[in-house]
Design a protein around this ligand. Structure first.
Ligand code: FAD
Length: 278
């Protein structure tokens, strides 16, 4: 077992086949005894209903299911309705996010511009019922005016009532430790859990990293590119890189690890196995 608690992240499948595959992946991943399993919302066009269905399936399996909840395009009334539905479904923890406007949508933010406003609304509507997780960005959110402004935005989310945070994926442990130090220097004590993305696919990883402002070190990028279609080498190298990162994070005091599973059990289990053996 890994020495610190773990949590897992899934996304709502789009097909019946995907639902079956995810159920099988979850069954295998529960060997890690996750503290909770969260389910994304909105990314890739997923609906809150799809998120809730997967959360309910997780809860029926005896594991804490945690919906992600984005506020972009939402109204105070719709947020209140969703919070009531979560509460009625027995949900007591959620990940509160702003979300992103679909590219080229020309859409509007709705009644919420930042996640802080959603957290304020959650506390105003539901009091302390929910444990509220928020996002954190050790390498700075891509739309932030500056690292200092992003740190201030993070502090505002905690002041609004966030209980803990999960980071965007990163490869640079120093960025995480520095971010945690800066947060602590502001007198903020909430747990900041590293988000860990197992490496399985070079092209997808690089695209995702570029979109989220995560820097892939040049030496990692060059090696991944050099493997071409050789997925076995990509996975073996990716496992080494991520195991070394996780070991540094654990040694440096990370309170837990949150795995972006991409609905697959193999890569996360391989990484967990390497950490348990290390
Ligand atoms: P915020 O904290 O509101 O920050 C957004 C930007 O606004 C930042 O640049 C911040 O610096 C800036 N900002 C905040 N407050 C102010 C202010 N008062 N004045 C000026 N600037 C300000 N997306 C999904 O669609 N679905 C998901 O399920 C999902 N899950 C995620 C899970 C995790 C762990 C993470 C790290 C991200 C996830 N995302 C998800 C992506 C997330 O929605 C995007 O990164 C989004 O762009 C920002 O969301 P946020 O909650 O961090 O926003």
């Amino acid at each position: 077992m890994i020495k610190i608690p773990v949590s897992l992240e899934f996304f709502p499948p789009k097909t019946p086949e995907g639902v079956t595959k995810l159920a099988a992946a979850r069954a295998e991943l529960y060997a890690l005894k996750p503290e909770f399993c969260s389910v994304t919302y909105g990314a890739g066009g997923s609906t809150q209903i799809g998120t809730l269905q997967v959360v309910q399936a997780i809860r029926a399996e005896g594991v804490c299911g945690v919906p992600h909840f984005t506020c972009i395009g939402a109204t105070r009334a719709s947020v209140g309705q969703t919070l009531d539905a979560f509460k009625a479904a027995g949900i007591a923890r959620l990940v509160a996010l702003r979300g992103d406007l679909p590219s080229g949508s020309g859409g509007s933010f709705g009644e919420f511009r930042y996640a802080t406003e959603l957290i304020e609304q959650i506390r105003a509507h539901s009091g302390r019922h929910f444990h509220v997780e928020v996002a954190a960005y050790p390498e700075t959110h891509p739309q932030a005016r500056s690292p200092a402004a992003d740190l201030k935005a993070f502090a505002a989310k905690v002041a609004a009532g966030a209980d803990s945070a999960i980071t965007q994926m990163f490869f640079n442990a120093d960025a995480y430790f520095r971010f945690v130090d800066e947060v602590r220097a502001l007198g903020i004590a909430v747990p900041i859990v590293p988000g860990i993305m197992p490496i399985t696919n070079a092209t997808g990883l690089m695209r995702f990293a570029d979109n989220t402002g995560c820097e892939i070190p040049r030496w990692v990028r060059l090696r991944l590119q050099s493997f071409g279609d050789d997925t076995a080498s990509i996975k073996a190298f990716g496992l080494d890189v991520m195991a070394a990162l996780c070991e540094r994070l654990i040694a440096g005091g990370a309170p837990a690890l949150h795995f972006y599973t991409m609905n697959q059990s193999g890569p996360t289990l391989a990484l967990a196995g390497a950490l348990a053996a290390g």
